[in-house]
Design a protein around this ligand. Structure first.
Ligand SMILES: [Cu+2]
Length: 149
């Protein structure tokens, strides 16, 4: 008999607990849902891998000719897109570079990767120019083309 009296209160308590857990679950699920939507709209940064390479040849007169290149020589970006240009120094000891028409500059050293964050507001072709290898005696200038479209 004593047990029955307690049961009435227990049922109410259990019902209240169930209601509390249910509403908490609904709140958590909706919260997770909105987080997922937020995650989908977060801007992502695209990674583009680039290396420094070299072409070498021996001319008919026995002279050696070498040129340094950025590889790939052309990269494509969307206006406003966030990109990390990761340049790994493979050939050549050092490449000091700048991107024409911007404040972006840096150095790529052999065996090291240089991360260059990019974001352009205007369409156009921007030249990634190496100071060290853009003289007339370098035969081919070391330039990559960043095409923003
Ligand atoms: Cu260079």
């Amino acid at each position: 008999m004593k047990f029955l009296i307690i049961t009435k209160q227990t049922i109410i308590t259990v019902l209240l607990l169930i209601a509390l857990i249910a509403s908490a679950s609904v709140w958590l699920i909706s919260k997770n849902g909105s987080l997922a939507v937020f995650g989908n709209t977060t801007e992502t940064t695209r990674e583009i891998e680039m290396v420094t390479t070299e072409y070498k040849t021996t001319m008919e007169n026995g002279e050696e000719m070498e040129v340094y290149r950025w590889d790939p020589g052309t990269v494509f970006l969307e206006v406003g897109e966030k990109v990390n240009l990761n340049i790994l120094g493979v050939m050549g000891k050092e490449h000091s570079f700048y991107i024409e028409g911007t404040d972006i500059k840096g150095v790529v050293q052999k065996g090291e990767e240089t991360k260059v964050p990019l974001q352009f507001d205007e369409k156009g072709t921007y030249q990634l120019i190496c100071h060290n290898h853009s003289q007339e005696e370098d035969h081919g200038k070391m330039i990559a083309y960043i095409v923003v479209q």
